[in-house]
Design a protein around this ligand. Structure first.
Ligand code: PGA
Length: 253
């Protein structure tokens, strides 16, 4: 079902104490916020702090996601984390395909297909990230690149799988750079993505998928970006590390 979603990707930040403190601060800040029923708030701390995060968020509206997982069910993959390990911690959502995973850890489409399948087999919801580089955008290839990222990693799925998929369009040139896509650029791409879903599947499915924007979303620009009809929320990096800023972004949804 299509929701409004504000998700915080904490990346490699916050130790155990800091994780618990930030969640407590966030819970406090959220006391002043009236969320509509269709709004979801998600945080994605690092693997080692997921257990503490699920405990600290108990009896709150905050949901906990993982930032990644391995594609194998289990086995000799030193240092990796499986889907079943996540579900055993009551984690119900995993971020896959983040551009930092793609560029620093060589996560290409073939690996992402396996991860997507494994996540769904384990009934995990996926926040699937994709987006073009600056070079792609400057060469006017952004629609083509986004189309191939979606096609290669997701379009083998059955339409029923899409109840477990949230899309996150994150132009690489806007991540952590302070450069945001304009609200119109975000809307243009989100509407293109929805049309792709309608063509590949059907209009009903296209209307039911939440499409988030990510890349330098801040309290100052969130409202304008979220006002666009095909933008259902945001995946927030830097600004999710401060309870006040993250709450301000949640208020903008
Ligand atoms: P940013 O990161 O908000 O710091 O640009 C977004 C993301 O990587 O998801």
């Amino acid at each position: 079902m299509r929701h409004k979603i504000v998700a915080g990707n904490w990346k490699m930040n916050n130790n155990l104490i800091e994780t618990e403190e930030l969640i407590k601060d966030l819970k406090n800040e959220l006391k002043t916020v009236k969320l509509s029923e269709e709004t979801r708030v998600i945080i994605a701390p690092s693997f080692v702090n997921l257990h503490a995060a699920t405990k600290t968020t108990e009896e709150s509206l905050i949901e906990v996601a993982a930032q990644n997982m391995h594609f194998a069910e289990n086995g000799a993959y030193t240092g990796e984390v499986s889907a079943a390990m996540l579900t055993s911690l009551e984690v119900k959502t995993v971020i896959l395909g983040h551009s930092e995973r793609r560029s620093y850890f060589n996560e290409a489409d073939d690996i992402l297909v396996k991860k997507v399948n494994t996540a769904l087999n384990n009934e995990l919801e996926i926040i699937f990230c994709f987006g073009e580089s600056l070079e792609d955008r400057e060469q006017d290839n952004h629609f083509k690149v986004v189309e191939s990222q979606l096609k290669n990693a997701l379009f083998h799925l059955k339409s029923s799988n899409f109840t477990k998929i949230v899309l996150a369009y994150e132009p690489v040139w806007a991540i952590g750079t302070g450069k945001t896509a304009s609200a119109d650029q975000a809307q243009e791409m989100h509407s293109f993505i929805r049309k792709l879903l309608a063509t590949q599947y059907n209009q009903e499915l296209a209307n039911s998928v939440s499409i988030l924007y990510g890349g330098s979303v801040k309290p100052a620009n969130a409202e304008e970006i979220f006002s666009k009809p095909d933008v259902d929320g945001g995946l927030i990096g830097g600004a999710s590390l401060k309870a006040k800023d993250f709450t301000a972004i949640i208020k903008a949804i």
